[in-house]
Design a protein around this ligand. Structure first.
Ligand code: BV8
Length: 227
């Protein structure tokens, strides 16, 4: 049985990482246009760097929760038949033990050089303009996919969606594309689809089955059933 799981900010909420759109979410105090677009970075890179440096500090204090742990356990049972595609840029899936994780919106812990394109582990706060280890230029940006930028791994994701038996979306509002459309692709290819979320989302009607509740409860239960 081949399974694709899409996760969003909701799976990390109980780890203390704020979501984007719930009350008190990340975007509060910041308009998306001011921090998560290439135009924002061109206009005011310091504000963008500080936004991501702050999130990197916050995520460092967070711990994986039972939902992340359950998906790591599911991978130990299913191996390469499970692909976790995450919209999240925190590293909590890996810290819980998941090894096959596709970060379609990039990762907070990776920097990308705007001069030479090289990727490298973030050496510290990017507001301090550290040098690129490959070319020496002091022009590193977060290796994060902003609005208007092409997400990573779409070919691999499309292939996985076209051949999976089960597609689950966990902790995502279904507000952002192309991720919000993955359930349609999976269903078109005959997969059974399930949404595990705290509340109804914009894409709830598209799923065969919906289970509402906190991820730390509904995800371990679902993983136990699946194994
Ligand atoms: C693209 C990284 C071209 C950064 C993010 C005009 C111009 C250009 C593009 C567009 C345009 N109009 C529309 C678009 C497309 C655009 C888009 O979708 N815009 C939206 C606003 C309409 N998309 C893009 O630009 C994408 N690129 O389109 O490229 C292209 C074209 C065709 C085909 C391919 C490519 C790039 C989008 C990526 C943006 N970057 N993140 C960063 O993290 O700072 S988006 C960001 O918000 C997240 O990564 C995530 O993807 C997204 C949604 O957030 P969620 O994860 O869903 O979190 P949210 O807070 O919204 O919801 C939380 C959910 O959890 C809720 O449902 C809640 O109920 C639940 N929850 C809460 N607590 C719990 C819980 N569930 C369980 N347990 C709990 N305890």
């Amino acid at each position: 049985m081949k399974v694709v799981v899409l996760t969003g900010a909701g799976i990390s909420a109980e780890s203390g990482v704020p979501t984007f759109r719930d009350a008190g979410g990340l975007w509060e105090g910041h308009r998306v246009e001011d921090v998560a677009t290439p135009e924002a970075f061109a206009r005011d890179s310091d504000t963008v760097q500080r936004f991501y440096d702050a999130r990197r500090h916050a995520v460092a204090l967070a711990e994986p929760n039972p939902a992340h742990d359950a998906l790591a356990g599911l991978e130990r049972a299913l191996g390469d038949d499970l692909l976790v595609v995450t919209q999240n840029i925190d590293g909590l899936h890996e810290r819980a033990g998941s090894q096959r994780v596709l970060h379609m919106h990039g990762e907070l812990s990776v920097a990308r050089c705007t001069a030479c394109g090289a990727r490298s582990p973030v050496p510290g706060d990017l507001i301090d303009r550290p040098a690129c280890p490959a070319c020496g230029e002091r022009m590193l940006r977060p290796d994060v996919v902003w609005f208007g930028e092409m997400p990573y791994g779409l070919d691999e994701i499309e292939q996985a969606l076209a051949s999976c038996d089960v597609f689950a979306a966990i902790g995502t509002s279904g507000a952002v594309y192309p991720a919000a459309g993955f359930v349609v692709t999976a269903a078109e290819h005959g997969a059974r689809t399930i949404e595990l979320n705290l509340a109804a989302s914009e894409i709830t009607p598209l799923f065969d089955e919906v289970r509402h509740g906190p991820a730390s409860i509904v995800v371990p239960d679902w993983c136990d059933e699946l194994r």
